[in-house]
Write a protein that binds this ligand. Structure first.
Ligand code: AHR
Length: 501
């Protein structure tokens, strides 16, 4: 029996709904086919956006979407993607798969997508191969309401009112595909470029995000912050609202990532172990950020995370198309619990990527669509969106097969939801054992507990022939006894308990 302690009196911080954000890049079949099929497609669509995909994402309450990259962002020239479609430039997407990019999905289409989804917008600007002027004019084009050349151009292109840009990234992975810079050089460019990312409407401030580190490159975090914070005074926040972090889970390292569906228990535990490293990364990068920003005004923005396996056999290696199993569900559950627990510093996180690329919530094939196990986890975790994190702790034991794959059997996070209920999300990382749990809520009378569970074999996944193999079910196994919760969490599962108090 493992005890789960919750102290509803001890609220630890606000869980931004953006912790469950997403990312869509011009990569493989994410944008084209996966989201945008064009107005003339036989696939049911609204202004070119697939209705099935949009509806599923709305159900999941997608809070924010990042676009257009990724590495693509630092090669993207936004003017190529506006105006009459027949006049837009056709070019090769050299970074991803060498296919033709016809720019039929551009700024207006992205804004239309977010309008349909009802989500916030996160635009990633081009530092690597763009100019200060290009970035500044994009922001003017999107957000300026008054008289100006760019606002005029937007109106000519059919959008009278300004668009809303909630988040703006100044470059992507500028330590790598975004220009191979060093932290000092990027830090200075950041200071320069961000100056012209202007908020034109004070009621709608643009949240500026500087490019942060890859994995455990603490030197990058320190170097960028030292550079952006030089001078102090009114620039004390280093001119930024957020600093990003990228961390992908590769079970066997970058060179031999392994199959998304064909793996053994060793790889299962190794994958989960690597996922848990996210907690250490947030702590370590956070400790450096604390030195510059002790009041935690700068948000850590984990705007790329998720599993990265070998592509599905027979698919374009540049498209990064992979299947999604119960292992991915656990990776999602573990990460989302970690983000909740660090909601004092982590203000947004974006899984890579939305549809048909890496750890997607949706896969498509022609007019067919399937929801992945990862989708179901996001759909369960939406209960935490804009909730208050509660102090909680679960007893656990170490399980796994070998030194590099030892993990705790259970992880959790708990919030007080906007609905006044207490939401507990627990992951059982074991592929062989169920665990009995007793939940204790300090000084709180429990009225009722209901739940939803996602469980299955470790390699279980949905396919176009068997689209509902992995699905959520009502969890009826939670009893309230002597004001304690009593339940057994099955092996290999993600559980959401909703407690009425
Ligand atoms: O998500 C795929 C790629 O991974 C992104 O384009 C890049 O930012 C990262 O290296």
């Amino acid at each position: 029996m493992f005890k789960l302690y919750v102290n509803p009196q001890n609220k630890k911080g606000h869980i931004n709904r953006e912790l469950q954000g997403h990312f869509s890049e011009h990569l493989g079949r994410c944008i084209y086919e996966g989201i945008y099929v064009g107005e003339n497609s036989p696939i049911p669509n609204t202004n070119g956006m697939r209705n099935d995909v949009v509806n599923a994402l709305k159900e999941m309450q997608i809070p924010v979407l990042r676009w257009p990259g990724g590495c693509f962002a630092d090669e993207y020239h936004w003017m190529d993607g506006i105006g009459p479609k027949e006049k837009r430039k056709r070019m090769i997407n050299t970074h991803w798969g060498g296919v033709v990019e016809d720019n039929s999905f551009g700024t207006h289409e992205f804004m239309e997508l977010c309008r349909q989804l009802g989500c916030k917008t996160y635009i990633n600007g081009n530092v690597g191969s763009g100019s200060v002027r290009e970035m500044s004019e994009w922001v003017e084009y999107m957000t300026f309401e008054g008289v100006s050349p760019m606002a005029e151009l937007r109106k000519q292109n059919g959008h009278e009112a300004p668009f809303r840009v909630d988040y703006f990234g100044v470059g992507n992975e500028n330590w790598g595909c975004g220009g191979n810079m060093n932290p000092e050089y990027y830090g200075n460019l950041y200071r320069h470029y961000q100056t012209y990312v202007r908020t034109y409407d004070a009621k709608k401030p643009i949240y500026k995000i500087a490019c942060g580190a890859n994995v455990d490159d603490y030197n990058w975090t320190r170097g960028v912050l030292e550079t952006t914070h030089k001078g102090g005074g009114s620039w004390a926040n280093g001119f930024m609202n957020g600093l990003s972090l990228h961390y992908y889970t590769h079970p066997n390292g970058w060179e031999h990532k392994g199959s998304a569906t064909d793996f053994d228990e060793k790889e299962w535990y190794r994958t989960l172990k690597k996922t848990l490293f996210m907690d250490e990364l947030i702590r370590q990068h956070g400790a450096i950020m604390d030195q510059f920003d002790k009041d935690k005004k700068i948000g850590m923005i984990v705007d790329e995370w998720g599993t990265w396996f070998d592509v599905e056999p027979g698919t374009n290696p540049g498209f990064l198309y992979q299947q999604n199993t119960m292992r991915d569900a656990l990776v999602a559950g573990i990460n989302l619990n970690i983000f909740n627990k660090h909601c004092d510093r982590v203000k947004m996180a974006n899984i890579a990527q939305l549809v048909n690329v890496l750890q997607s919530v949706i896969l498509t094939e022609g007019d067919k669509m399937i929801l992945t196990p990862t989708y179901h986890v996001f759909n369960m975790f939406k209960c935490h969106q804009d909730g208050e994190l509660l102090d909680s702790y679960v007893e656990s034991e170490e399980i796994g097969l070998e030194d590099d794959g030892r993990v705790p059997n259970l992880t959790e996070s708990v919030s007080l939801g906007k609905d006044g209920r207490i939401h507990i999300t627990v992951n059982n990382l074991s592929v062989e054992k169920d665990y009995e749990i007793e939940g204790i809520l300090a000084d709180t009378a429990i009225k009722e507990a209901t739940g939803t569970i996602l469980t299955g074999g470790m390699r279980d996944h949905n396919t176009f022939d068997d689209p509902d193999k992995v699905h959520t079910e009502r969890f009826v196994g939670c009893r309230v006894e002597n004001n304690r919760l009593k339940f057994t969490i099955p092996k290999c599962s993600v559980l959401h308990l909703e407690v009425t108090v």
